[in-house]
Design a protein around this ligand. Structure first.
Ligand SMILES: [Zn+2]
Length: 123
């Protein structure tokens, strides 16, 4: 049976045409991604939704998974917070109690106390 795939959409990909290449009994198809990239993928990968973009989607996901700067862990603490954390520790508060209060990981508190971060702040 002859398949008419042209114009079919799979995720971000729109099928342009089918190639003559056959891999594992499946045709490769040439698609245009939403981002404008032309990519060749195996038809069964499209069908199984293994391939949903030219690779830009995966890159975006990876970027989301490892945010930089402000969104990242300790960056949400202000310099005043850091001073306060030192004070609390001096007063005998446990690292995990401080961490819970500030909503950060205990390891973040540990790093602050060990002055691995905010070194510039410190006396
Ligand atoms: Zn793309």
């Amino acid at each position: 049976m002859r398949l008419n795939l042209t114009g079919q959409r799979y995720g971000r990909l729109t099928v342009l045409y089918r190639t003559r290449n056959v891999r594992h009994g499946q045709y490769d198809v040439v698609c245009r991604c939403k981002c404008g990239t032309i990519t060749t993928v195996a038809l069964n990968h499209l069908r199984l939704s293994r391939t949903v973009s030219c690779g830009c989607f995966r890159m975006e996901q990876a970027r989301k998974a490892s945010p930089k700067g402000e969104a990242h862990g300790a960056a949400k603490l202000t310099e005043a917070d850091i001073q306060e954390i030192f004070n609390r520790r001096t007063q005998g508060m446990l690292q995990r109690e401080i961490a819970a209060e500030y909503g950060v990981a205990r390891t973040t508190i540990a790093a602050i106390l060990q002055r691995r971060k905010w070194r510039h702040l410190h006396r």
